[in-house]
Design a protein. Structure first.
Lengths: 222, 85
């Protein structure tokens, strides 16, 4: 059974949902406090949603200096699967583990609604089990979710298939409709929508399952 | 020596500024005309202990780039003045 660590920063608030969702797709998921300096023994790491360190300064700006982030960087550089959901995506971008940045939504509105996503690449730990063109209904819940980057980066991430999920109807002004993004190797992935809240039709959608199942199946890259 | 430092953080040219745009759109409704190019940003005030103004500026520049701003989307501008004590 894969052992998945879910990092808890002061102000994280989706860690228990993440643990429940990961457990439901066969992982042994457990919480990891942000002061931990070693991630030895884990097969994959999740940075969950919430408001790490109060989102003071900028979302993710302080969380990237939490002691655990050095271990997360090492884990990612060694090819380990790392997933950032919502605030976790913002932390990964601030830490430089994913290119670009997340800005305030166009319209300056906190958005909490279901969105339809289109799978645009399967070369990532999160989307390997999905199919290109597949539509997934997964909720968003954020104020700063508009992806932005410079033109050179935009061209590069599109060319190399790093954009793994796009919004069908862009809700937040995200550049290129980007909802989910991977690093070049595909082992580090961030997305603004919450797959852990789309695990059962009872609560609206089970479309998050294919993503978290892929992530739990993902192995450390050579 | 203590130096009073102000760091202005603004969005880089070409990065969307929804806050500035919203303020600009609100102005005509309040009766202000002829106002354009509204940009929103952040301002930080710090006191830095250093041997010289140059050292204070360097320290402020480094911390502005590492923490106060995100260089992907923001520029930081540092202003330094000596504190009289």
């Amino acid at each position: 059974m894969k052992r998945v660590g879910v990092v808890v920063f002061p102000g994280s608030n989706c860690e228990h949902d993440a643990v429940a969702a990961l457990s439901s797709v066969g992982a042994a998921a457990e919480l990891v406090w942000h002061t931990v300096k070693s991630l030895a023994g884990f097969d994959a790491i999740v940075l969950p949603g919430g408001f790490a360190h109060g989102d003071y300064l900028r979302p993710g700006a302080l969380a990237r200096f939490s002691p655990v982030m050095e271990a997360v960087s090492r884990f990612a550089n060694e090819g380990g699967p790392v997933l950032g959901i919502c605030n976790g995506f913002q932390v990964l971008a601030e830490a430089g583990l994913l290119p670009g940045a997340l800005q305030k939504n166009v319209g300056l509105t906190f958005l909490c609604q279901p969105t339809t996503l289109i799978v645009t690449s399967t070369n990532s730990a999160l989307t390997s089990g999905a199919t290109i063109g597949q539509e997934l209904v997964i909720p968003i819940n954020h104020f700063s979710g508009a992806y932005t980057c410079d033109d050179a980066t935009f061209e590069r991430i599109n060319e190399r298939g790093q954009v793994v999920l796009r919004y069908r109807d862009n809700p937040n002004g995200s550049r290129g409709d980007i909802a989910g993004l991977a690093n070049e190797r595909g082992n580090v992935v961030g997305l603004m929508p919450h797959p852990e809240r789309a695990m059962s039709t009872l609560t609206g959608s089970a479309d998050g399952r294919v993503l978290l199942e892929s992530f739990v199946m993902a192995s450390v890259l050579a | 020596m203590n130096y009073s430092v102000v760091v202005d953080v603004t969005l880089r040219e070409g990065i969307a500024d929804p806050e500035g745009a919203t303020i600009e759109r609100a102005l005509p409704a309040l009766g202000f005309s002829g106002v354009s190019d509204v940009k929103a940003g952040k301002m930080f005030r710090l006191t830095i202990e250093a041997e010289s103004e140059g050292e204070a500026r360097e320290k402020a520049g480094a911390l502005a780039e590492r923490l106060l701003s995100n260089p992907v989307i923001e520029d930081a501008h540092v202003r330094v003045a000596e504190v009289a004590r």
